[in-house]
Ligand binder design. Sequence first.
Ligand SMILES: [Fe+2]
Length: 295
Amino acid sequence: MKFVDVQSITDRVLEVIAKTPDARLREISFALVKHLHAFVREVEPTTDEFEKGCAFIVGLGQATSAAKNEVILASDILGASSLINLLQDQAGSKESTKTDSALLGPFWRVSAPEYELGASIARGEEASVSGQTLWVDGQVRNDQGTALAGAVVDVWQASPVGLYENQDERQPDMNLRGRFRTDDQGRFNFRSVRPAGYPVPVDGPCGDLLRGQNRHPFRPAHLHFMVSHPGYEVLVTQVFADDDVHLETDVTFSVAASLVGRFTPAVREQKSGFELSYDFVLRPGELRLPTPPIP
Ligand SMILES: [Fe+2]
């Protein structure tokens, strides 16, 4: 007969899991049990702490709705989502280079309006705020340096007060979102307004955790991009404003050095504002769009 004790219990669980038929599920279950048991051995939770931990996880589910995914948010604020991205980028980099990825985030919509090159994605009152105009341009290339004509550059961003259009009744539908198609030289350009940084939601268990850890909830100002072209992996990334005070303390740990864009002062069309030039490099692969997080 085999009985458990504090030394043997981890191996007993692993023995049982060893019979898992699916190889990947077996591998993941093994790692989960090994690290979970190591965590418990290190922390030695009291019963009260164990109950609080369980309540936290239950709370993640309860705070999740069609409009908000608290489970993903927990992964984001603990750096796990960004680590998964970084590891996926690193795994693929053995074959070819590409622009670094960043999190898709909860605000991408699948059918943003298509615009002519040079058009403005600002449809609301923010478009008339002086000094906040942003002119964006760049080029899409492949990992060999060849320009990609007809690539789709899908951009979405928060307003100058830090809200996406679907969080803010004052903004028109599909405001500050748009899709552009690169020209013969793989180039794109559009007009917008400077985005502001914003806090992640703090009304659920993730907010309690951030307050308990004495952390601010802010993301630095950024534009989201999804760049696609047949025959290439879809690039999902974010480009950050280089003058944001939260650049080094992004609550989701998303800021890779290569993703910091230079927002340089500019005067054009009798308006003052900023310019941002940023190129995207795609690597060969399958064009597969992500599932939209919101309808
Ligand atoms: Fe965002």
